[in-house]
Design a protein around this ligand. Structure first.
Ligand code: C2E
Ligand code: CA
Ligand code: CA
Ligand code: CA
Length: 279
């Protein structure tokens, strides 16, 4: 308390710098987090808008930090990208997701596929195809059991090499979807060039459709766009019955959001599946 008069002490403890301190701490601790098995995956169900059956799960990474508790990906994915740790972390996520899918199937739950988020850095890795092939083989899975979600900005950072890599994945049979669709900068012309299966309508449009008729129009138009391009469409961030009914009325294919379930730790997924059909 006596030190409070000192300017520099106050400066370093101010709320403004709390974020910097936290970031430095996370950056330091991230280096050992993988070895110490501090990451875990939570899984959010994706449901058919037609019959409410489970079409798959999206794997979402969390960091169980020894003294900060459960840290969300928004706080460490970028740090992992900048420090080169995204490569081993991304590989861990892929392997753990596939291992989990194998386990569910072995327990008698015929989960159709598992969706994994891919960062820009991972898509640039020349070892990506070999890594995925090896991981799927290890767990006795087919290429079509895996869905990769990439944001449009990721796919557009280095269009030439990314499209090449995505095409190779597609030829192998991996399913590809564009995440957060509608929030990127790019024009629609690239949609023709990307070898994708589905679009994920961004949460912001779904959220605001409740109060803003322009967003209803955007949701409806995006669903039609996907279908006219021969793609399926997943709505993310579905929180209310109003949103669900609107999306069903406009023929959205798959729904995901807190209305149905938040992302769940693996133990809770089993309980969720026992009450549901799988489509
Ligand atoms: P995303 O891929 O767009 O994932 C959806 C995010 O929305 C998740 O946040 C999820 O928990 C949240 N969400 C789902 N349903 C609802 C809803 O109804 N309402 C609201 N308000 N939110 C909902 P989360 O898990 O914090 O992940 C944030 C982002 O971190 C993800 O956005 C994704 O871009 C990234 N991420 C997560 N896991 C990984 C990973 O393994 N690798 C990479 N590269 N990125 C990841
Ligand atoms: Ca995603
Ligand atoms: Ca998304
Ligand atoms: Ca997002």
């Amino acid at each position: 308390a006596k030190d409070q008069g000192r300017n520099n002490f106050q400066f370093f403890t101010s709320a403004m710098n709390q974020a910097t301190v936290e970031r430095l701490q996370l950056e330091r601790d991230l280096k050992t987090a993988l070895e110490e098995q501090q990451f875990e995956l939570h899984y959010q169900p994706q449901l058919s808008a037609v019959d409410c059956g489970i079409t798959g799960f999206e794997a979402l990474v969390r960091w169980r930090h020894p003294n900060m508790g459960l840290v969300p990906p928004a706080k460490f994915i970028q740090i992992a990208e900048e420090s080169g740790l995204i490569q081993p972390l991304g590989e861990w996520v892929l392997n753990e997701s596939c291992r989990q899918l194998r386990e569910w199937r072995d327990l008698g739950f015929p989960v159709p596929n598992i969706a994994v988020n891919l960062s820009a850095h991972q898509l640039r890795l020349t070892t990506l195809l070999a890594d995925i092939t090896r991981i799927l083989e290890t767990h006795g899975l087919k290429f079509s059991d895996l869905e990769l979600e990439v944001t449009e900005s990721v796919a557009m950072q280095d269009p030439k090499s990314c499209i090449g890599q995505l095409q190779a994945l597609r030829i192998m049979g991996v399913r590809l979807s564009i995440d957060d669709f509608g929030t990127g900068y790019s024009s629609l012309s690239y949609l023709n060039q990307l070898p994708i299966h589905s679009l994920k309508l961004d949460r912001s449009f779904v959220r605001d459709a409740e109060t803003n008729s322009n967003d209803v129009t955007i949701c409806a138009a995006t669903i039609n766009l996907a279908h006219n391009l021969g793609l399926s469409i997943v709505a993310e961030g579905v929180e209310t019955l109003f949103q669900r009914d609107l999306l069903i009325a406009h023929k959205c294919d798959v729904l995901q959001g807190f209305l149905f379930s938040p992302p769940l730790p693996a133990e809770q997924v089993l309980a969720f599946m026992k009450n549901k059909t799988i489509s």
